[in-house]
Design a protein around this ligand. Sequence first.
Ligand SMILES: Cc1cc2nc3c(=O)[nH]c(=O)nc-3n(C[C@H](O)[C@H](O)[C@H](O)COP(=O)(O)OP(=O)(O)OC[C@H]3O[C@@H](n4cnc5c(N)ncnc54)[C@H](O)[C@@H]3O)c2cc1C
Length: 414
Amino acid sequence: MKVIIIGGGIGGLAAALMLHDCGIEAQVFERSEEIRELGVGINTLPHAIRELANIGLLDALDKVAIRTHELIYQNRQGQTIWQELRGTDAGLDMPQFSIHRGRLQGVLRDAVIERLGPDAIRTGHTCTGIGRNDNSATATFLTINEEELDIAGDAVIACDGIHSVVRRHFYPAQGDPKWNGIMLWRGACLWDPFLTGRSMVIAGGMDAKLVLYPIANDDRPDGKVLMNWAVAAKMGDGSTPMPRREDWNREGVMSELLPFVENTFSLDVLDPLALIRETGTFYEYPMCDRDPVEQWTFDRVTLLGDAAHPMYPVGSNGASQAILDARCLADRLAECGGDAAAALLAYQAERLPATSEIVKQNRGGGPERVIDLVNQRAPDGFDQLQDVASQQELEAVVRGYQKTAGFDKASVNR
Ligand SMILES: Cc1cc2nc3c(=O)[nH]c(=O)nc-3n(C[C@H](O)[C@H](O)[C@H](O)COP(=O)(O)OP(=O)(O)OC[C@H]3O[C@@H](n4cnc5c(N)ncnc54)[C@H](O)[C@@H]3O)c2cc1C
């Protein structure tokens, strides 16, 4: 069996590795001329790390990432609403990693090249269309030399992200991703560690939220770590078009961001204004997703990762769910006895309902809803948290989300 993978992001590279692990030949076709380590910080959750550990990547990840010790939700005055240990510190079998997205992609890329060979990733190939018949599926690519190539395989897996051409092929009327009126600015800068040095803080209220966590500790003589930050601020109610087309690499404008940070947060852990001012290039990304669809699999073609279930980047799920998709897809193909179309349907049956639910929950704020809840009831802060929200109420939001997304302790340690 030979599988054609469109897109060399985290989803596509993970799929190639999982397929190889099952003894299935795979080749990745990526639009960019090289797979570069782009992006800023992401968190990768223990259930996804388990799948990467099972294919022998835990040590490589440990070298470039930080094992997230704890997660703290605060209001904008810096009062703690929720605090919990994460990953192995919480008794799970696997860590949660705070990691530079590019470094995660680099670990996967290096493993693909080492295990599948240098020809396994063909860069400079932009998918322009697909075709399918009973016995095979074909992807058409335009190379950087303007050459058109048809590549056939037993299955074609579209891992080409939120603007997937393959998804558009099947859903030509879907239009642009949906924007909810929130802009996300993201950056990273060398900074002094706070709390345990492995803590993650999400603070704020309905109008603006701030996310802080270190993503690399390179043991520098000055003790500084690479501190990731993100600010999510409400610019509208989502009824207006996006100010600019969404693009993970669009540079942010300081004068547009600062009004959402100045006089907004008063935190003990660090001064966000100073951190942001010190950051050189940072990026903006309108918070957008797409409505879940009812079908990913069309005969021998299917969707994976953001192409299948683009979701708001809350709750740390984009990359993790793509890795889980990859594992499931490879397992179903490995056990299908040559019936790739049946395997892709089985993959869809398992992964589509699970991820659609996360897309929906993320629209409501995911686990960060505890911050909104407290902010709505006590915008100026509180004396006693339990007067504003009970532990049970907060727990239902946070633990409920963990269960839905599949990284609660029982699911990870099964
Ligand atoms: C440059 C970049 C930076 C990001 N930064 C962050 C971040 O800082 N924080 C965060 O939480 N998430 C970030 N993400 C998103 C996150 O990585 C994804 O949500 C998640 O990993 C799912 O990955 P994916 O492989 O499904 O999609 P993606 O990561 O979007 O990867 C899709 C890949 O397909 C390629 N591709 C697209 N169209 C075609 C085509 N027609 N033919 C061939 N190849 C094609 C793209 O070049 C890309 O390499 C970023 C994504 C990108 C692409």
